[in-house]
Design a protein around this ligand. Sequence first.
Ligand SMILES: Cc1cc2nc3c(=O)[nH]c(=O)nc-3n(C[C@H](O)[C@H](O)[C@H](O)COP(=O)(O)OP(=O)(O)OC[C@H]3O[C@@H](n4cnc5c(N)ncnc54)[C@H](O)[C@@H]3O)c2cc1C
Length: 353
Amino acid sequence: MGKLKQCRRVLIIGGGLSGTTLSYFLSLNGIDSTILNTSSIGAASKVAAGLIKPITGKRITLSWNASEFIEFSKDFFQSLENKSGINLYSEMNFLQLFKTIGERNEWLSRSSIDSLKPFISDIAIGIEKNSDIKAPFGGIYLKHCAIVDPTAYFEAIYSVVAASATIIDEKFEADKLVLDNNGVRYESEQLFDRIIFCDGYRGYLNGYFSKIPFKPVKGELISIECDDLPDELIIGSGTHLIPKGKGQFLFGATYDWDDMTPYPTTNARNQLIKKLKNIIAHDFIITGHFAGIRPSVQDRRPVVGFLDEFPQVGIFNGMGSKGYLMAPMLAKHFSQHILEGTPLFEEISLSRF
Ligand SMILES: Cc1cc2nc3c(=O)[nH]c(=O)nc-3n(C[C@H](O)[C@H](O)[C@H](O)COP(=O)(O)OP(=O)(O)OC[C@H]3O[C@@H](n4cnc5c(N)ncnc54)[C@H](O)[C@@H]3O)c2cc1C
């Protein structure tokens, strides 16, 4: 395959968070895109809770590149709000509940670590006596957390990229794709300079990228109604209770590495009800139950880049459980790579496989 010509038109497969953020940053650099997207059951972006949170996991560590991602995603989602006139991003305090005395001690000792300090607000004094929340071991407030409303995000991004992107409700079929020295031909007529797969968890079925160790993770959430809970605070205890306004909340999500059926299950619903009853002191009504599959990779990093053997075929995938945190900044980073050949972060580069 010879040297590729400069990129002007891109075919993007998948119109979730990854495909749409990429299309947005390409459009800022004058690159048009066509997005083929089927709204398949199990796709992650539209069922996601949309939580952006810098500290994660049982080990209480800072996410990779957390400060940069937090700042970038805030600017991105707020500028999308300004451009579209649609509210989609809310900064919110996060109350992390301690499940045991041991967990409390661990949090208290780790909260003095320099890299974590900027993200920790205060010990939640008196929370043990709060009559809405069950917190016998107390809790701690975290800063720089936010919620993106996925439905509002898609309404906004579709309106903003409309001038430079054509979004087609169609399934990509590999036998319609022809690669040649000029780029990519799809359905024999349409010529593109690159094709980039943003096909989410279904990436593991994509023959071009069989060397990537995908490890998709199913997640389930319930939506509930409860008039007696605080409306301006995310509450976390391994699983998150997220206010959606007017007494509506989302609670989740579960993690399941074995069941890849894209449907809600009774087992997960019962698990979530049990966990929720452990942290709130009020009755609630379940108003919905959703499932999706996170596009994760074994080393838990995104996967971005072009194939050595087919340099016009790329991937932007593997956002795992942190798409709303990482996708905007990585989409800009990848678009600069496409336009100017700037090197990709080693941690996310396709070349690591
Ligand atoms: C239950 C749950 C809760 C989550 N909560 C959070 C959270 O709070 N915060 C956070 O940051 N992240 C969260 N995530 C993760 C986040 O949703 C993902 O990281 C992100 O949405 C991945 O986006 P994507 O565009 O790569 O994949 P997807 O959203 O899955 O999009 C892929 C798209 O490609 C389409 N597609 C696939 N194959 C084809 C084909 N052949 N032809 C055409 N179209 C195709 C699919 O239909 C889909 O629309 C959650 C995920 C789940 C499942």
